[in-house]
Design a protein around this ligand. Structure first.
Ligand code: 6PG
Length: 474
């Protein structure tokens, strides 16, 4: 009996699409799902690819159907389900068989699973897969983590199924253990930030300038032809132009303003705080989603304080200002993301391939954009430098920061909430301030806790102010 090249467990949308993608590239795939009905439905939609697919009713059948050493992709919900699936599989596998977790795992879980696998001498990979259902089917961006030898074992399959940027596969080994899932987490944090920046600019157009959804859509369409060219701007144009078949009104206008989230943005913020590598635009984006979910409180706020008129004079801000705001905001939030990756690499001992991370995001993933190629170039020049200091981006920020400032000020003056844009601006203003006000914080800390401070005119960090004796003497 012929044996399949690879196995895949979990035929939810992403798993099913990935299995079809692998089969489409000529590899044979054995598939298994907890419920057999799902497996049957999957096979029914497989069409011409059926010949490359082997449906299995239980794990034993799946394992027996695979060529050795076996490679098995897990596409089950992140968290407990992954541990349970691994526990069920292990007794059926040989020492050289490899489990590949391709879900949106928390990288700490991947680190733990990789460590357990290493200790037992088993290969294990944790790979981040981005691009939604369409990406999974026709070419996702793939961020791999685990032993390099494990990656090399299936790199030909992952490269074949991945998106291509001018022929280069968007599938990269990022480092050992949870490196791949860490990079995917930061990708998602940036995804949250990029989406929020766009949503805020849409808000200025809708509530400030009184523009109809389709007119906002036309603006996004136009921007997608320029510096902002990206998947997220493209789909923002599409969703803005769509009509609700039920009411024949703009689709956007009937969608409730309460955002969901599965947690990867929050993980990015948590990790950034732990590493002391701030990603304030991502934080603003996560917070904005949380506040959006508190609809009852927001409505109570309107009752208590009144929903003031937030419209702007038609000449208060131009579409060109808004484009500038998005360009500058975008660069600043990506600079934060790459900074976080650099710090994480140093902390966790990964030699993260910074330019290749940007390259891997050029196609297939949700944050794919023209600008990522320029970021890859800037990171190749100097991977440790904050992107805002790269000459190319310095020019771009200098040319566009005025629009960001004008948008933030104009929106705030009218009461339009723009937390991500404001946060991007504050990040820029802080990073261009030689003397911040942290001297005040240090003085306060020393006053109440004798924590000591550094002086501008002497070495050492154990200096104290004159207040200490006085206030301890009482
Ligand atoms: C991707 C996405 C994807 C993510 C969804 C939903 O890269 O394909 O990041 O992995 O799960 O976009 O995320 P939220 O529900 O948290 O918005």
């Amino acid at each position: 009996m012929p044996h399949s090249d690879i196995g895949l467990i979990g035929l939810g949308t992403m798993g099913a699409m990935l299995a079809l993608n692998i089969a489409d590239h000529g590899f044979s795939v054995s598939v298994y799902n907890r419920t057999t009905e799902r497996t049957k439905a999957f096979m029914d939609q497989a069409g011409a690819l059926t010949a490359k697919l082997t449906p299995c009713e239980d794990l034993q059948e799946l394992v027996a159907s695979l060529a050795k050493p076996r490679n098995i992709i897990l596409m089950v919900p992140a968290g407990e389900a992954v541990d349970q699936q691994i526990a069920k599989l292990l007794p059926l596998l040989d020492a050289k068989d490899m489990i590949i977790d391709a879900g949106n795992a928390n990288f700490h879980d991947t680190q733990r699973r990789a460590q357990a696998a290493n200790a037992a001498g088993r290969p294990f990979l944790g790979i981040g897969v981005s691009g939604g259902a369409e990406g999974a089917r026709f070419g996702p961006s793939i961020m791999g983590g685990g032993e390099k030898s494990s990656w090399d074992r299936i790199a030909h399959i992952l490269s074949a199924i991945s998106a291509k940027y001018q022929g280069t596969p968007c599938a990269t080994w990022m480092g050992e253990g949870g490196a791949g899932h860490f990079v995917k987490t930061v990708h998602n944090g940036i995804e949250y930030a990029d989406m929020q920046l766009i949503a805020e600019v849409y808000g200025v157009m809708r509530d400030g300038l009184g523009m109809a959804a389709k007119d906002c859509g036309a603006v996004f369409d136009r921007w997608n032809e320029g510096t902002l060219q990206s998947y997220l701007i493209e789909i923002s144009g599409k969703v803005s132009g769509a009509t609700d078949p039920a009411t024949n009104t703009p689709m956007l206008d009937v969608i409730l303003d309460r955002a969901g989230q599965k947690g990867t943005g929050r993980w990015t913020v948590i990790e950034s705080q732990m590493l002391g590598a701030p990603v304030p635009v991502v934080e603003a984006a996560v917070t904005a989603r949380n506040l959006s979910a508190m609809r009852d409180l927001r409505l109570a706020g309107v009752s208590a304080y009144g929903g003031s008129d937030r419209s702007l004079a038609s000449d208060a801000i131009s579409i060109a200002d808004l484009e500038q705001a998005l360009i500058a905001g975008k660069i600043l939030c990506y600079a934060q993301g790459f900074d976080l990756l650099g710090k994480a690499g140093a902390e966790y001992g990964w030699a993260l391939p910074m330019p290749q991370i940007a390259e891997t995001w050029r196609e297939g993933c949700i944050i794919r954009s023209a600008m990522l190629n320029d970021m890859a170039v800037a990171l190749a020049e100097d991977a440790g430098r904050n992107l805002i200091l790269a000459p190319y981006f310095r020019k771009l920020i200098t040319a566009n920061i005025g629009g960001l400032r004008k948008t933030a000020i104009t929106a705030q003056t009218a009461g339009l909430p723009v937390p991500a844009l404001s946060s991007a601006l504050a990040y820029f203003d802080t990073l261009t301030t030689a003397r911040t006000t942290a001297n005040m914080l240090q003085a306060q800390r020393d006053f109440f806790g004798a924590h000591g401070f550094e002086r501008v005119d002497q070495a050492g960090d154990g200096h104290h102010g004159p207040w200490l004796d006085q206030h301890l003497d009482g």
